[in-house]
Design a binder for this molecule. Sequence first.
Ligand code: HEC
Ligand code: HEC
Length: 249
Amino acid sequence: MSRASQLLSRWLWPACLAPLAACGVAERTAADRFTRSGELLALSGGDAGAANACFACHGLNGQGNGAGAPRLAGLDAGYLARQMDAYADGLRRHPEMESIARQFSQADRQAVSFHYAAMPFDPGVRGEPVSPPPALYTAGDPARGLQPCAACHGLAGEGGGPANPPLAGQPAAYLAEQLAKWRRSERRNDPGNVMLGISRRLSQQEVAALAAYAATLPGRPEYPAAFPAARRDDPRNDASTPRRHAAAR
Ligand code: HEC
Ligand code: HEC
């Protein structure tokens, strides 16, 4: 156990457990030790120290802070761990996240990822959905070789399998910033450079419109890819073979 965790379990733990339970954070199956140690890391910041505790920016329920810090709740555990690795390796640039990820061992990155993957997505109060949706989201633009965003991220922004993350519940500013990061080569870990290729073909206006639209999507509260039983038969589980057409829902 790290020093920070020891400290936490000695004095902070009893003090904060009651309010956290009231917030619903302590909802978990008692048998899930892996998730529980991830919970400890999320609340303590592990070896990165209490000042870097995930919940401070990503929220007690992992829904993000509505601005720069994204929702983590219900994202696929493998996706989350891969992003932590990318921050640590400098393939995804962000000062705070790089510093935090570098102070987490691989095992701790995985444990905290499982913790957030098991948290339910809370659609909460979103803005009014933009209507009609941008054509690029639902139909793409074959002339520019652009598949519809919905083919991989889902018509409700719920994501598709472990590789294609949900966009629903993510702040518009965060989504637009990610597309800009790919163009600036500050995010370089997307499988097959799929998002790099897409982001380079979008204008600033298109990025703004797509981000604003995706941020209002409802997603699915129980994101199925977070649960191993649901992912087994999911044909979308391979990022290299995305669905060609948006599924009819
Ligand atoms: C100081 C605030 C802060 C703290 C503390 C923090 N994060 Fe973050 N996190 C951010 C911001 C801001 C981003 C968006 C960075 C970017 O643009 O790449 C982010 C992004 C992420 C992402 C990428 C999500 C995605 O959808 O791709 C993951 C995963 C993540 N954080 C996990 C964690 C974990 C786990 C912890 C605790 C160990 C943590 N963060 C602590 C601010 C923070
Ligand atoms: C062929 C599949 C595919 C298509 C089509 C696609 N994406 Fe993606 N998208 C991905 C994958 C895979 C990732 C995760 C990349 C990674 O692991 O870093 C991603 C990630 C993202 C992210 C970052 C999410 C986060 O949590 O950090 C944004 C924003 C995004 N896509 C927007 C779009 C938009 C807008 C479109 C349509 C113009 C689109 N995508 C079309 C596969 C796709």
